[in-house]
Design a protein around this ligand. Sequence first.
Ligand code: NDP
Length: 449
Amino acid sequence: MDQIMSHIIEKDPEQRAFHQAVQEVVATVGPVLDRNLEYRKQAVLKRITEPERVIMFRVPWMDDEGQVHVNRGFRVQMNSALGPYKGGLRFHPSVNLGIMKFLAFEQVFKNSLTTLAMGGSKGGSDFDPKGKSDTEVMHFCQSFMAELFRHIGADTDVPAGDIGVGAREIGFLFGMYKKLKNEFTGVLTGKSLNWGGSLIRPEATGYGAVYFASEMLATRSDTMENKTCLVSGSGNVAQFTVEKIIELGGKVMTLSDSSGYILDEQGIDAGKLAFVKHLKNVKRGRISEYTEQYKNAVYTPVDPALGHNPLWDHKADCALPCATQNEINSQDAANLVRNGVQLVCEGANMPSTPEAVDIFLDCKLLYAPGKAANAGGVAVSGLEMAQNSMRLSWPRQEVDKRLKQIMKSIHKTCLDAGEDYGVRGNYVAGANIAGFVKVVNAMLDQGLV
Ligand code: NDP
C-alpha cells in the first residue's frame, strides 16, 4: 500500500486532492487484497489509480468587449470496466488536473455503487462562469465542446453538470454537440425536460443524500423529523437537500456560498427556499442577499484565511456539507461533535479532510462519505440515459421511487460490505470495499487492457 502511494505521489507530486482520494481507498481495501491474492498478482491498485485516458485542451473564447481569453479544458476518463464513462463537468477557477483526477477516481466507486452500468470520468475547465453574461457563457461552452465532442458519445462517455455547470451550460454544450455531430442522442445528462431531460434529475443529488441520511438514522430507530440541520452551499445540491429535509419535517438553519454563510434560526421554510432558488438560479446573486429579505437571519462573511468555517460551529443534530471539497477540517469536525451533531452526510464530493473523517469515525457518528451519499445524482443520470435510449420519459413518481430504492440499496451495500470485513457501520470502508470489488472483478474479466 505504501509503495502505491509513494509511486503516485512521486509521479504527480502536485496532485494533492488526488492523493487524498486514493489514500482513503488504499487505506480501506487492504483486507480485500489479503483475501484475494489474484488482485495483488494482477496489480489492480496500480491499474485502478491510473486513468485510462486524460484529455487536456485549449479553450479560446471572446468576451462581450471583444477581448480574447484562453482557458484550459479537461476530461479524465478514469475507468470503463462497468460501462461507458460517466461523470460531471466542473467550471471553476480552482480546476486543475489533480482536482479532475480526484473527482474521476471518486466517480468510479460512486457509479459502481449505483448498481447501474457506468464507468467513471470527470471533466471541466478553470473558466469561472460567475459574473459572465449569458452570451459569454455560451461562447465558452461552444468552444469547450468544439474539442470535447471528439471524445464523448452516448455509448462512450456521457458528461453531466457539477459546480458551475447547470441547466444553462448543459443546454449550450448539447446544442454545440448536436451541431457538430448532426445527431440528437443522450450524450449529456441534466438536460432540460422538454428536450430529453429526466424528471427528478435536478433534485436527485440532494434528495438522494437525504434519503441516505434517513436510512442511516433508521439504523438507530430515528428519522429526520424535527432534526435541526446545518447545510453548506446554495447551489443545486444544497437547494434540493434543503427541500427534502423540509419535506421530511426537519429544520435547516444555514446556507452558504464562497463568500460567507447565513444563519436563520427560525429555519429556512419552503417560501424562503423558493427565494434562494430564484436568487441563485435566476438572479445569480450572493447568499448575503438573503438577509435583505429575511431580517431575522444573520450573514457572516467567511475568510478562508481564518482556518475554519464558523458555519460548522452551531448547535444542530445533522450536518450536510453540499459546497465543495475539504470544506470541513479537523477544527470544524471537532466543533460539530462538541455541538452535538449525530449525523454527517456528504452532498458534496470529499468535503471532509482525512483528519475530520477520523474524528467522525472515532466518535461513532453516523458518517456517510460523498461517494455513497451523493450517488443519487449520477444514478438518475443513468436513468436519464435509459429513458433517452428508449425515447421515453418516466413520470416523476417512477423516477423518485427508483432513486429512493437505489439509495436504500447503496446504504445496504455499504453496511453489508462493512460487516463482511468486520467494520459494520463504517460507511467509508463499506463504500470503498463494495465499489472496489465490483470494478476490479469486471477489470479482471476483461483482461489486461
Ligand atoms: P453549484 O455550482 O450548483 O453550487 C456550488 C455551491 O458551492 C455554491 O453555493 C458555491 O458558491 C459553493 N462553493 C463552490 N466552491 C466553493 C468554495 N471553494 N468554497 C466555498 N463554497 C464554494 O454546484 P453543485 O451544487 O452541483 O455541487 C456542489 C457539490 O456537490 C460539489 O462538490 C459537487 O462535486 C457535488 N456533487 C454534485 C452533483 C450534482 O448532481 N450537481 C452530484 C454529486 C456531487 P459560489 O456561488 O460562491 O461559488
